[in-house]
Design a protein around this ligand. Structure first.
Ligand code: FES
Length: 447
């Protein structure tokens, strides 16, 4: 639910381009040659030195060296070594290559990081803050779920950090069953909440709560790796220290980057006391205070709030509170980006929608799949489609990923999110099934 999706004109990461790799490769070669040669190099001698070092020859005959150097073969060979396309790993394609689990790591008692590699060793290209949709087969049925990526782009590994939730079918299954070497299919990487497309200032305030830290951590790590002039404040809210995901990783980043600052806001005062004891004992700890997010806390911690861009991710209620604080603080909401990935089994939005269900029956038609079924008026369209075997994909189940898009061809629904739909699509009757309730007799198509 990003409040603005203005494409960024400033954020492409130049250091990721092959050009830098080329210059890195050239420098050591030339430097080695100078060190191994006692005499200052004249312009004419420079090429033979290259030839000498590359060939490993022990000859001191300058004529031979010049002769060798003159061969275009050497120059071609050197150029090929530096610019060879194979130096840039191929990008992972979810439509052809499964993910293979290479590492599991417990982050807190109820959250776990899963690190995947592509089966073909391709690298993962995505925008920091985006999510990947996994296809998970449980008891013969495929379930689709979107999970935010917590690693940085253009690496050969992809990390997802997933929290268990009560009755969370897929997240709990992954935690209990997925083991090293197992493969999973994926649909795509997507998401408008990312630090590439969302134009931002060099001063940022990243705010997260609970598992909402996942995409925000990807944004922080990528910016720190490639934007040395970024000034990043990170506020993370959790119940207590034991529930802080990436606690040690944030400590490491803090030690490595002067332009990075972390503040924890801990709800539980018992946990706060124990954490304070850690600090008093001289143990490593992040700066922290107890309490809930509030206007006073935000304004006290960030007096330069209005000079920053905010990226926010967490549970729906938490995000609403932060949005209200920003508005009360006269924050320019053009610099405010947010996304909620409340787990499906704990989805307040769906609970609110479903609570409108009545006992009146209406007809649901999906001609493409020969479905003609009675459904309860007010029920969630996604639930009704799934119940009657329509292969709709509900990846986030929160109205942000767009995977459940379908077209209402007759009748109407009541929608709470049109997040990923264009004005044209809305005009044509497209809706998000996870965020729409059935108002009366309805006909639907999947495309
Ligand atoms: S399931 Fe993601 S928008 Fe509906």
């Amino acid at each position: 639910m990003s409040s603005s999706n203005t494409p960024s004109s400033t954020l492409s990461p130049p250091v990721l381009k092959p050009l830098k790799l080329n210059s890195k490769l050239q420098a050591p070669t030339l430097s080695t040659l100078k060190l191994s040669t006692p005499k200052p190099a004249s312009p004419k001698l420079t090429p033979p030195k290259l030839n000498f070092a590359l060939g490993g020859s022990s000859s001191t005959n300058s004529a031979k060296l010049s002769s060798k150097l003159a061969t275009p073969k050497l120059n071609l060979s050197l150029g090929e070594t530096i610019t060879k396309p194979s130096l840039k790993p191929a990008a992972w394609s979810p439509s052809t290559t499964p993910l293979v689990l290479v590492k599991r790591a417990l982050e807190t008692h109820d959250s776990m990081s899963f690190t995947f590699a592509a089966a073909d060793q391709a690298q993962f290209d995505f925008k920091p803050g985006q999510f990947v949709t996994l296809a998970v087969n449980i008891d013969g049925k495929t379930h689709y779920r979107a999970y935010s990526i917590s690693s940085v782009p253009q690496q050969k590994q992809l990390r997802l950090t997933i929290k268990r939730v009560p009755d969370g079918l897929v997240s709990n299954w992954l935690a209990d069953n997925l083991t090293i070497g197992d493969s999973l299919s994926a649909l795509n990487i997507a998401g408008q909440f990312n630090s590439t497309d969302c134009a931002h200032k060099s001063k940022l305030l990243l705010i997260s709560a609970g598992c909402g830290i996942t995409p925000v951590m990807s944004i922080a790590k990528t910016l720190l790796a490639h934007n040395s002039d970024a000034d990043i404040e990170f506020l993370h809210c959790a119940r207590d220290k034991d529930n802080v995901i990436f606690h040690d990783e944030m400590q490491t980043l803090l030690a490595q980057h002067k332009n990075f600052n972390v503040q924890l806001l801990l709800e539980n005062s018992d946990g706060f006391a124990s954490y304070s004891a850690d600090v008093n004992a001289g143990n490593n700890a992040l700066s922290h205070q107890t309490g809930m997010v509030s206007t006073d806390v935000i304004q006290q911690l960030y007096p330069d709030l209005n000079q920053r861009t905010i990226f926010l991710c967490g549970p729906v209620g938490f995000m609403k509170a932060v949005e209200n604080i920003a508005q009360e603080s006269d924050f320019d909401m053009a610099n405010f980006f947010q996304e909620s990935f409340t787990p499906a089994a704990d989805n307040t939005q769906q609970d609110q929608i479903s609570s409108g269900a009545t006992e009146t029956s209406v007809m649901l038609h999906v001609p493409d799949f020969a479905v003609e079924a009675e459904v309860i008026q007010g029920s969630l369209l996604l639930d009704a489609l799934e119940k009657h075997g329509v292969p709709v994909i509900g990846a986030c189940r929160a109205g942000v990923c767009g995977s459940c898009k379908c077209k209402v061809t007759k009748g109407s629904v009541k929608s709470t999110s049109t997040e990923t739909l264009t004005a044209d699509e809305i005009e044509q009757g497209f809706v998000l099934a996870c965020s729409s309730t059935i108002e009366g007799d309805l006909a639907v198509a999947l495309s």
